[in-house]
Design a protein around this ligand. Structure first.
Ligand SMILES: Nc1ncnc2c1ncn2[C@@H]1O[C@H](COP(=O)(O)OP(=O)(O)OP(=O)(O)O)[C@@H](O)[C@H]1O
Ligand SMILES: [Mg+2]
Length: 369
């Protein structure tokens, strides 16, 4: 799968851009604040419908304008998909695929698969559980669109339950009302947990092999799913137990004014040689682990969707040593890769590969060759 071309109108610092991509490697060189990350953000939005930088769509529209547009042609095998996003100040965004307006985001996820990697992804290891949950959510949604739908339902019900716990604490039929929510939380929560468990198991199977190669067999990288809900073989039994546990925890929840049990408290424990990476890992080890995880995502998407995703690399070369950089470059041969860098020295190691080089300056892109 690959991005054939993109058209941007009033998207951040791009007033009017239309450009074609190389099917293989695309390198964008530019000084700071010229529009490198903005370009990747536009491609990311075509895949996921949202930005990796903000939840407020209006920030994306050029400061002097009131509307913005992204249009991208995607090649998937022999077929083609045309993705369009229209942003307007104070209106919800509109997404069209092949000129047909999207009713929900499920369809969009099956359009364009991407794996994005930037220095900021170190937060996957160093950040709080929320970072790892959103990583899980966005990756699973790419592979299994219905997951995203379940997740927003879960969050909506959880929000209502928590509101009830906070605001109607002394209502006489509080427990009955809570039980109505619990029934739904247990059902949808079980689905979410089982999907997360499956994803982490599949990822674990790949990640350690890659990580060993990156560390000359010295390190074992392990991912462990941590949830406060009991996982049972039988799904119905699990739902039942989940619901009982919610009920048993009810008075504590009422005291706390929030729901203690459920996938909204999940985490992934990441360890190297059986030691917690967040606490004991060096910066370099943490960075390598993130690279291993990203490259595993690529494999997983390939296995599950039958095609390679598009790889977006925002300024990551300067942070990797030669060995890791070369390993990363080797993985490009199979897929379209879109790379940004401030320094053309980063191109070392890519001689002889099928690539196009572009310069970005103040929201304008020019092709070198
Ligand atoms: N809504 C907007 N309207 C106009 N300009 C914007 C908007 N949002 C961001 N910009 C500008 O876009 C410019 C480029 O941002 P971008 O993050 O793409 O830079 P970059 O090339 O990735 O730089 P760096 O190398 O520092 O990461 C910045 O100068 C920023 O002020
Ligand atoms: Mg940037």
């Amino acid at each position: 799968m690959y991005v054939k071309n993109i058209r941007l109108i009033n998207f951040r610092n791009y007033y009017n851009l239309s450009m074609d991509f190389n099917k293989r490697i695309n390198i964008f060189i530019g000084k700071n604040a010229q529009g490198k990350t903005n370009l990747l953000e536009a491609i990311f939005m075509c895949a996921t419908g949202r930005s990796f930088r903000t939840n407020r769509d209006k920030e994306i529209i050029n400061l002097n304008k009131s509307q913005a547009y992204i249009g991208a042609d995607i090649g998937i095998g022999e077929s083609e998909k045309f993705i369009e996003i229209k942003l307007e100040i104070n209106k919800p965004k509109r997404i069209r695929i092949n000129k047909r307006e999207l009713k929900n985001q499920k369809e969009l996820y099956s359009g364009l698969n991407i794996v994005a990697f930037s220095p900021d992804d170190l937060k996957l290891v160093k950040g709080g559980p929320q970072e790892r949950r959103s990583f899980l959510d966005s990756e699973i949604s790419q592979i299994k669109p219905v997951y995203n739908f379940n997740l927003s339902r879960y969050n909506k019900i959880l929000y209502q339950r928590n509101n009830l716990l906070k605001l109607n604490k002394f209502q006489s039929n509080l427990e009955e009302l809570l039980e109505v929510f619990d029934l739904q939380l247990a059902k949808i929560g079980t689905d979410i947990i089982l999907e997360r468990k499956k994803y982490i198991e599949e990822l674990s199977g790949i990640v350690n092999t890659i990580h060993k190669k990156l560390t000359s067999d010295n390190e074992n990288l392990n991912l462990h799913y941590n949830t406060n809900i009991k996982i049972l073989e039988n799904k119905l039994e699990m739902e039942k137990k989940y619901k009982e546990d919610l009920k048993n925890n009810m008075s504590k929840d009422i005291d706390l004014g929030s729901t203690e049990l459920g996938p909204h408290r999940d985490d992934i424990l990441i360890s190297i040689n059986n030691r917690d990476l967040k606490t004991f890992g060096s910066q370099g080890q943490q960075r390598t682990a993130v690279l291993s995880i990203k490259l595993s995502e690529v494999e997983l998407i390939k296995n599950q969707r039958g095609h390679f995703p598009v790889l977006l690399l925002d300024d990551v070369f300067s942070e990797l040593d030669m060995e890791r950089k070369n390993y990363l470059i080797k993985s490009f041969k199979n897929m379209q890769t879109i790379i940004t860098t401030t320094d053309s020295i980063d191109l070392k190691g890519m001689e002889g590969m099928d690539k196009s080089i572009f310069y970005i300056e103040n929201g304008q892109i020019s092709k070198q060759y």
